[in-house]
Design a protein around this ligand. Structure first.
Ligand SMILES: NC(=O)c1ccc[n+]([C@@H]2O[C@H](COP(=O)([O-])OP(=O)(O)OC[C@H]3O[C@@H](n4cnc5c(N)ncnc54)[C@H](O)[C@@H]3O)[C@@H](O)[C@H]2O)c1
Length: 252
């Protein structure tokens, strides 16, 4: 397991009440950082997980806020910065597929305007809102942003056309923000393949088995596998910006 002394570092992770986000909060906090765990306001798992980690002696605080809501996302980041006394790393991890089961790419009628709106506002504009709100604090600390994209944004079949397009957009946004915020703030992304999280728990077993079948490392990723790469990009990687690292066990 990767590690570094992050005492005094202040981290904000969005969409962190479960899965990759929660594993990322735990990894940073175990390495000495103070972490704000963002969660949807009506998601009781957020405060419960923050309390559980704080009970282990870790510096974790629950931070409610919906990144898909203009205004609310920015206010949540501002509150996080105020509580942490600044910010060293923003991790834009909140995301949605907008569906419990994958939607066939051929089924164009299944994706309504509302569906597109939810996906883009959460997965693409959400990270932009949070980055804009955090830019001042991150400039002051010469910090970093890490976005959670997906192999779906690199041409792999995702849960829907809209989801894949949102993640392709996020990979492009990563490059644009890297340019816009240089040289003070590094901006990178991870592109996970299939990860064992609440997200994929309801996916058809045969689809998961087919993915594992063509994965060199012969298993799905665990949330901790993705958290480690996020940690590397945020805590190390001093000369890397604008990049997206694929973490898919060799499936691509
Ligand atoms: N699980 C996978 O196979 C996989 C693969 C590639 C990429 N991803 C990406 O990883 C990220 C994390 O997903 P996960 O797999 O850990 O699943 P997850 O469902 O456990 O985590 C997603 C989290 O985001 C939160 N969230 C959703 N909308 C939000 C909003 N508007 N504001 C704040 N929080 C919000 C959810 O409540 C949840 O806690 C997502 O961006 C997802 O697109 C997942």
């Amino acid at each position: 397991m990767i590690g570094a002394d992050l005492s005094g570092k202040r981290i904000l992770v969005t969409g962190a009440s479960s899965g990759i986000g929660l594993a990322t909060v735990a990894l940073f906090a175990r390495n000495g950082a103070t972490v704000a765990l963002n969660h949807l306001p009506d998601d009781g798992r957020g405060p419960a997980e923050a309390e559980r980690l704080a009970g282990q002696g870790l510096a974790v605080t629950a931070l409610p806020g919906d990144v898909a809501n203009p205004g609310e996302a920015e206010a949540m980041v501002a509150e996080g910065i105020a509580r942490l006394g600044g910010l060293d790393v923003l991790i834009n991890n909140a995301g949605t597929s907008g569906t419990t089961a994958p939607i066939a790419f051929e089924d164009l009628d299944a994706m309504t305007e509302e569906f597109w709106g939810t996906i883009l506002s959460t997965n693409l504009i959400g990270p932009y809102r949070c980055a804009r709100a955090a830019a001042g604090a991150l400039r002051a600390s010469r910090g970093a942003i890490v976005n959670t994209a997906s192999v779906a944004g690199l041409g792999r079949r995702g849960s829907s056309i809209a989801y894949s397009a949102s993640k392709a957009g996020l990979i492009n946004l990563t490059r644009s923000l890297a340019r816009a915020l240089a040289p003070d703030i590094r901006v990178n992304a991870v592109a996970p393949g299939l990860v064992e999280t609440p997200w994929t728990a309801a996916w058809p077993p045969e689809r998961k088995a087919a993915t594992v079948e063509r994965t060199m490392l012969a298993r799905m990723a665990r949330p901790e596998d993705i958290a480690e790469t996020i940690f590397f990009l945020a805590a190390g990687a001093a000369y890397i910006t604008g990049e997206t690292i694929t973490v898919d066990g060799g499936a691509m």
